[in-house]
Design a protein around this ligand. Structure first.
Ligand SMILES: Cc1ncc(C[n+]2csc(CCOP(=O)(O)OP(=O)(O)O)c2C)c(N)n1
Ligand SMILES: [Mg+2]
Length: 601
């Protein structure tokens, strides 16, 4: 067909290229073959990665951004193809990660006729209702000429303010309808928009006053620090004032874990020094955190936080997160990096900054004592040589085998709880996990996105046996596109995190949480190493802790995809100084320390 104008699909692809999108991840269907055809035309400028499950495409796009800061796109067909995507959208939405999902829909001429794969019983071509709760915004152009506007608005919505995934839902005919002589120019519509807004200048002064007069200050960092590119300014501030820094799981790596001021994870399974300092703080400076239940010991006072009497300064780009779960002494809507720079500027104008830093010595001494208690509490787990492998030791062996620039992408499950407690993240992207939606498969597939984003850095996925089996199709994708990631399958023959809940809360009434052979009742799983080999990938099975680190190093060294089936015990859960409550079932007990009771007055 001769074309003298760009059609809808061409405009979308052209705009992606103008936005320097290097990859489109997706899966075909009749609803998107015309979009794929537009990708075909521009194959030199944008690479197409075809996966074996749409969710995988979304997870790859998600982690690609977490590593590179560059949003990418997915493409899925109408009906079931796109209905496989909401899990990935929800994951990115709750963790504030942008990607553009181009979903196909049925032809506009067939709206409301119940054509093949149309969701029509409530409203015509109703994919937007399916994903409404799962993404930042849905655009559905219904004529070719509407595509340029929808495309540039979709991109802008995705990347501005609090970022998040956006869906561009395109009916079949609209892909091929004439859309525009020219694609919109990013430099006119989104490239020159800054959302690095600062805080109210009066609020900055107030924050500085509060922090300088605090006796037991703690900084708590979340994802806003990592993705906001604020790690360097955070370190400068912490060092300048000698304030210890704790993190939510999403903030891990926002400061090097081995920094003298790094406290660790605040959570049920967080170390004593992090929880005990955070819950005793007189001023808590929270930067880009949400205070979800897992960070906050289910908001039960005295375990992770005691707000009030702790005075909370909460800084976030999204005012919806401020005052959601805790009362604020000072709430400031701002980009975290800009806020930190404002604070550093304000400190330059103050005279008494060094004296105040000296006054922190007593607080830091007390924290050093908590740290020593914690370290002797956890020491036995690191020398356990038992088989299957002690999970605490497994987390430490894997972490120690990661090179300084390595990227570990975790899946969801008990292994994630061990990893966030015991990995020592060095950089903002050393340890990547999903904290909001928590879909199984995130780490299985996400590691592929990490490797494409950082081809020179070793990328390791640590994933549960349950999740790996759910998304084992990634083996094929790694081979087809020569993506050398290492999977460490944390094999405990169970949906162990959930079985742990049955054991902890339901008197061990276990059902539907472990994998057993019907004949013998013995633990059952496929032979994952053999599965990998069947896909053309080297695979090994490891059942001794002492061999695990070496296996990870060897896997990385091959420079090819690699799988390690690690036999790991599920008999214990990572304990820490916090708790977690399942309303109606009760709450866990801290493994160390108790509930902090602030003294009155
Ligand atoms: C798609 C999806 N289904 C179900 C769950 C609920 N869930 C959370 S963790 C978990 C168990 C995961 O098992 P596995 O992957 O083996 O990890 P383990 O807990 O054993 O480390 C389940 C079923 C989920 N988070 N995501
Ligand atoms: Mg498991």
């Amino acid at each position: 067909m001769a074309k003298n104008m760009l059609d809808g699909a061409q405009v979308i692809v052209d705009y992606l290229i103008r936005q320097k999108v290097p990859y489109a991840f997706g899966l075909c269907g009749h609803g998107n073959i015309q979009f794929i055809d537009a990708l075909y035309e521009r194959a030199e400028d944008i690479k197409t990665i075809s996966v074996h499950h749409e969710t995988v495409a979304g997870f790859m796009a998600d982690v690609y951004y977490r590593v590179s800061g560059q949003p990418t796109a997915t493409f899925t067909s109408c009906g079931p193809g796109s209905a496989n995507l909401p899990i990935a959208l929800g994951n990115s939405f709750l963790d504030s990660v942008p990607f553009l999902a181009v979903t196909g829909n049925i032809p506009t001429s067939q709206f409301n006729r119940g054509a093949f794969q149309e969701l029509y019983r409530h409203y015509q071509a109703d994919f937007p209702s399916t994903v409404r709760a799962y993404c930042k915004r849905v655009f559905q152009p219904t004529r070719g000429e509407m595509v340029p506007l929808a495309m540039r608005q979709a991109w802008k919505t995705m990347v501005t303010g609090r970022p998040g995934p956006v869906v561009l839902d395109v009916p079949f005919d609209v892909f091929r309808e004439a859309a525009a002589e020219e694609t919109p120019k990013p430099e006119e519509w989104s490239a020159n928009i800054s959302c690095r807004c600062g805080a109210d200048p009066e609020g900055v002064k107030q924050a500085v006053d509060m922090v300088l007069s605090a006796e037991r200050p703690v900084i708590l960092i979340g994802q806003g620090v990592k993705y906001g590119g604020a790690a360097t300014d955070l370190k400068t501030l912490a060092e300048k004032l000698d304030i210890p820094v704790a993190w939510s799981a999403s903030g891990a790596g926002g400061i090097d874990s081995s920094h003298r001021l790094a406290l660790g994870l605040v959570a049920r399974n967080g170390p004593y020094q992090a929880n005990h300092a955070a819950r005793q703080a007189d001023v808590l400076l929270a930067l880009g955190v949400r205070f979800d239940d897992r960070t906050s010991s289910s908001w039960l006072p005295g375990y992770s936080f005691t707000i009030p009497p702790t005075k909370l300064i909460h800084v976030d780009i999204d005012p919806d997160e401020i005052g959601r779960n805790y009362p604020v002494a000072l709430g400031l809507m701002a980009d975290v990096r800009t806020f930190l720079r404002q604070v550093l500027g304000e400190l330059d104008a103050r005279k008494d900054v060094r004296d105040k830093a000296a006054a922190r010595a007593k607080w830091l001494d007390a924290i050093a004592g908590y740290r020593t208690e914690w370290e002797s509490f956890i020491a036995p787990g690191f020398v356990d040589d038992g088989s299957p492998i002690n999970p605490q030791r497994a987390a430490r062996e894997i972490d120690a085998a990661m090179p300084a620039d390595g990227i570990l992408v975790s899946d969801i499950g008990v292994h994630h709880n061990w990893l966030i407690a015991f990995c020592k993240a060095k950089r903002p992207d050393s340890l990547i996990g999903s904290m909001g939606f928590g879909p199984m498969g995130f780490g299985v597939a996400g590691a592929l996105g990490a490797k494409l984003a950082a081809p020179d850095r070793p990328c390791v996925s640590v994933c549960g046996d349950g999740a790996f089996f759910m998304h084992a199709s990634v083996l094929g994708t790694a081979v087809e596109y020569a993506i050398p990631v290492v999977w460490v399958v944390w094999n405990n023959y169970a949906y162990a995190s959930i079985r742990g809940l049955q054991r902890g809360y339901l008197n061990g009434r276990e059902l539907a949480t472990d994998f057993k052979h019907p004949g013998t009742g013995a633990p059952y799983n496929p032979d994952f190493a053999a599965m990998a080999r069947s896909a053309g990938i080297d695979g090994v099975r490891i059942d001794r802790a002492a061999d695990l680190g070496e296996a990870v190093r060897a896997g990385i060294a091959t420079g090819r995809p690699y799988l390690i089936d690690a036999q790991i015990s599920a008999d214990r859960n990572p304990g820490g100084a916090g708790v977690w409550e399942l309303p109606g079932l009760g709450q866990s007990q801290p493994a160390i320390g108790g509930r902090f009771q602030p003294s009155r007055g």
